[in-house]
Ligand binder design. Structure first.
Ligand SMILES: C[S@@+](CC[C@H](N)C(=O)[O-])C[C@H]1O[C@@H](n2cnc3c(N)ncnc32)[C@H](O)[C@@H]1O
Length: 249
């Protein structure tokens, strides 16, 4: 059993390890060919053309660049908490900005260890933590909290945002990017697609860990990027990420 605040393989443990979600999640990641070698992770969001998810990464490169430019324009030093950092590529991109101090947290030990192995920086830590259990460790510490492609794994968004707000310093910001939000009328169909998708990967249990959030949940947020809507826009401008980037204060 791991002790709280123990460091193992360069990952700091704030919570006890729980396998329920991560074993299911990892088996799907393997089938989706999303578990990459250390060398491949080091290069993300750039991938070779033979990467199965090459097209997706090309778009994620654009959205991460937009976000990094946004942070680069902040003048003072900033503490960032990256929730659901996975293999750490995005936390690392942020930590390349010299005026940042970054904590990447996740509940997926295998990819966290890879993150800690691949990305070693003075201003970057990788932490195993269930944020609902370890709240006091994070309270009032961060200027920016990011959820990049991870909000869909949290069931109760209102509770999540409430907890994340307690992690912010005054004037702090929560940013959500690269995640789908749905019109209310389209949620049921999306749930069905997700069920079928995980069934096709022989991992039906995973659909109980994946949540479809309504656009209405975020109606008070500031939209910093909207996906292209009209056919004309999509036809005549370069391809870009089909997800919103939003900021919550
Ligand atoms: C699709 S990956 C995104 C990884 C990375 N942020 C990126 O942009 O590529 C979602 C991550 O969220 C993590 N996650 C899911 N539930 C979580 C939770 N309760 N606390 C922290 N991380 C969680 C998963 O383990 C996974 O690594």
């Amino acid at each position: 059993m791991k002790q709280p605040n123990e460091i193992i393989n360069d990952v700091l443990y704030f919570s006890e390890k729980k396998d329920n979600f991560s074993s299911n999640y990892l088996s799907v990641r393997v089938k989706e060919e999303r578990i990459l070698t250390d060398k491949e992770v080091e290069l993300l969001p750039t991938t070779l053309k033979n990467n199965k998810n090459y097209t997706e990464w090309r778009l994620r490169k654009k959205s991460s660049k937009r976000f990094i430019n946004y942070l680069a324009n902040k003048k003072s030093s900033i503490c960032v908490l990256d929730i659901g950092c996975g293999n750490g590529w995005f936390s690392n991109k942020i930590a390349l900005l010299e005026h940042t101090i970054v904590d990447g947290i996740d509940v997926n030990q295998e990819e966290l260890e890879q993150a800690a192995r691949v990305f070693k920086k003075e201003n970057l830590r990788f932490i195993y933590a269930d944020l609902f259990e370890s709240t006091s460790a994070f309270e009032n510490k961060y200027d920016i909290v990011t959820l990049n492609a991870s909000v869909q794994y949290f069931e109760d968004i209102e509770q999540l945002i409430l907890v994340l707000k307690s992690f912010l310093k005054p004037q702090g910001e929560i940013h959500i990017l690269d995640s789908p939000f749905y019109e209310n009328s389209k949620i049921e169909a999306a749930k069905q697609r997700t069920k079928e998708y995980y069934k096709s990967l022989s991992a039906p249990e995973m659909s109980s860990f994946y949540y479809h959030h309504s656009k209405d949940t975020f109606k008070d947020a500031t939209v910093l990027y909207s996906p292209k809507k009209s056919i004309l826009e999509r036809l005549f401008t370069p391809k870009d990420i089909p997800f919103y980037w939003i900021k919550i204060n």
